[in-house]
Design a protein around this ligand. Structure first.
Ligand code: ASP
Ligand code: MG
Length: 464
C-alpha cells in the first residue's frame, strides 16, 4: 500500500461551515473529497453565543427569556434536520439533547446559579447538536456518491478528549487521550484512506477524568481537532473555515492582503497569538509536537486554495505577515525598590501566575517594568490591587499591538529604521524585539492601528 493510501486525515469545520443544511452538505462533500477519517465540528454559527446568553438569563431567573432562547436554538436545529430530511427515528438523539438542554436550563433557573461547570455543560450542546446533524449530512453525501458501504459513526469528544477539571479553559491530558484513542486509531489504520468509515465528533468540548463535561475555551474547536490529530497520529490536519487560509494581514484592514500558501509553525503561532483570527492560538502546539502539517482553507470554495502550515517551508521571507491585536492595555509598575535588588520581577510574575493571566510582552528598565495585556485584565480587581501594592502602577488603555511576523528578524539590519521611517508621525509606545526571531512588535494608539498596518503592509509586503 502506498503512503497515499494510508494517510490519516482529520478535518475540522467551523461554525459558518455548519451554518445551515446547505453549508453542512457542502462541508460533507469537502470531507468526502479530502478523504477525511475523522470530522470535528463546531456548533452552528451563533449557537455558542446563544447558549452563553441562556446561562446568563437563567441565572437571573428570567423565565420568559430562557424560553425564547431555548425555542430559537431548538428551531434552528430542527429546521436543519428537516432540510436534511431526517426521518422520525433519526430525530431521537437530537431530541434527547434538546430535552437535556431544556432540563439543564430549568435547573439553572431554579437555582439561579450558573457555575463554570454548569456553563460548560450548557455550551456543549452547541457542538453536540451540530455533530448529530452532520452525521446525517455525511451519510447523505456518501449515498449520493454511491459509497453506502462506508458507515458514519458519532462519538462524544469526551470519550477521547480528556481534560483536567478547570472548567471553561480545561487543559487536555495528552497521555490519557492517547490511550483513549487507541481503538479508534486501530480502526482507522485498518481501513484504506477514503474507503473506511467516517467518525464524527465535536470540537471545543471534552470530559474531565471524573466524567464531567468541560470546554477548552472560546474558539477551541481548532485546538480540539489538533489534539485529536495528535492522539490519532494523523498525517494531515485540515481546518475548514470561511476564508481561504491565512493572509498577509487581515483583509478587512487592507484589500491588498494576499493569501499565504505556506508558512512555518513558528510564524503561524506568532500570528495566532498576536491577533490573526484564523486559527485558535493553541492549535499548532499538538501539530508541532507530532509534526503534522495543517491545511487551512475555505469549505465554501475549496478551489480557492489555502495555507499549509508546516515545520519546514520552501521560502522564509524576513516579513511574511502583519498581525494586529486590539484592546491592549499597558501596565507600568515603577518602584525604586527595584534598584540593585533581585526578585522583583519574580514577585510581579508570581501575581500573574496566581491569577492565571498571561502577559503578552514586557520591557524593563532599572526601576520599572512595562507589560501589555488584554484589557479584560483590568476587570480583575484583586490582581490589580496586588500589583499596586508592589509600586506605582500606571494604566494606559486604548492601545493596539502591531506585529511584523517573519524570519530572522533579530538579524535583519535596518529593520527598525525601515519600520519607523514608514510611520514617522505615529507615537510608538513599547517596542519588543529580540525575544523572538519571528516577531517584532510595538504598541500604538488604537485610533491609528489600521493605518499603521496599511503602511507597513505596503512597505514590507506589497513593495517587495
Ligand atoms: N463553538 C465554540 C465557540 O464558538 C468553539 C468553536 O467554534 O471553535 O467558541
Ligand atoms: Mg468558531
Amino acid at each position: 500500500m502506498s503512503a497515499e493510501n494510508t494517510s490519516k486525515i482529520i478535518s475540522k469545520f467551523g461554525g459558518t461551515s455548519m451554518g445551515d443544511a446547505t453549508c453542512m452538505l457542502r462541508s460533507a462533500e469537502v470531507a468526502l473529497q479530502q478523504k477525511s477519517s475523522v470530522v470535528v465540528v463546531s456548533a452552528t454559527s451563533g449557537t455558542t453565543n446563544d447558549l452563553i446568553l441562556l446561562g446568563q438569563v437563567a441565572e437571573k431567573g428570567k423565565k420568559e427569556d430562557v424560553q425564547v432562547i431555548l425555542e430559537k436554538i431548538k428551531q434552528r436545529h430542527l429546521k436543519i434536520a428537516s432540510d436534511l430530511n431526517f426521518k422520525d427515528d433519526e430525530l431521537s438523539p437530537l431530541q434527547s439533547h434538546l430535552q437535556e438542554l431544556e432540563d439543564m436550563a430549568r435547573g439553572i433557573l431554579l437555582l439561579k446559579d450558573c457555575s463554570l461547570k454548569a456553563k460548560d455543560a450548557l455550551m456543549s450542546f452547541g457542538e453536540l447538536l451540530s455533530s448529530r446533524l452532520f452525521v446525517k449530512a455525511m451519510s447523505l453525501v456518501l449515498q449520493k456518491n454511491e459509497q453506502t458501504n462506508r458507515h458514519v459513526f458519532w462519538f462524544h469528544a469526551g470519550d477521547i478528549l480528556i481534560t483536567d477539571n478547570d472548567f471553561s479553559k480545561a487543559k487536555p491530558q495528552v497521555q490519557d487521550m492517547k490511550e483513549k484513542a487507541l481503538s479508534l486509531k486501530g480502526a482507522i489504520n485498518r481501513s484504506q484512506t477514503g474507503k473506511g468509515d467516517v467518525y464524527i465528533t465535536q470540537g471545543f468540548i471534552g470530559k474531565s477524568l471524573d466524567g464531567f463535561t468541560t470546554t477548552l475555551g472560546r474558539g477551541g474547536s481548532d485546538y480540539s481537532a489538533a489534539l485529536f490529530a495528535e492522539a490519532l497520529e494523523a498525517d494531515v490536519l485540515e481546518i475548514w473555515t470561511d476564508v481561504a487560509g491565512i493572509a498577509t494581514t487581515d483583509p478587512r484592514i487592507t484589500n491588498k492582503a494576499k493569501g499565504i500558501s505556506e508558512i512555518s509553525f513558528k510564524e503561524a503561532s506568532e500570528m495566532a497569538v498576536f491577533g490573526a483570527k484564523v486559527l485558535h492560538p493553541a492549535t499548532l502546539l499538538p501539530a508541532m509536537r507530532e509534526d503534522i502539517p495543517v491545511f487551512v482553507g475555505s469549505s465554501f470554495d475549496i478551489n480557492l486554495g489555502g495555507t499549509w502550515v508546516k515545520r519546514t517551508v520552501d521560502f522564509y521571507p524576513p516579513v511574511r505577515a502583519l498581525a494586529l491585536r486590539k484592546n491592549q492595555v499597558l501596565l507600568t509598575l515603577t518602584t525604586p525598590e527595584m534598584l540593585y535588588t533581585h526578585g522583583f520581577l519574580y514577585m510581579v510574575f508570581k501575581i500573574f501566575n496566581d491569577h492565571k493571566v498571561s502577559v503578552d510582552s514586557i520591557t524593563t528598565s532599572e526601576v520599572s517594568v512595562a507589560m501589555t495585556l488584554d484589557d479584560s485584565t483590568l476587570l480583575n480587581k484583586s490582581l490589580m490591587d496586588e500589583l499596586s501594592r508592589l509600586g506605582d502602577l500606571q494604566v494606559e488603555e486604548g492601545l493596539s499591538l502591531v506585529s511584523l511576523i517573519g524570519n530572522d528578524l533579530h538579524k535583519t539590519s535596518g529593520l527598525a529604521k525601515k519600520i519607523f521611517e514608514t510611520i514617522p508621525d505615529i507615537n510608538v509606545r513599547v517596542i519588543c524585539h529580540g525575544a523572538s526571531k519571528h516577531n517584532f512588535c510595538f504598541l500604538v494608539d488604537q485610533t491609528k492601528d489600521k493605518e499603521v498596518v496599511q503602511r507597513l503592509h505596503q512597505k514590507f509586503i506589497e513593495e517587495v
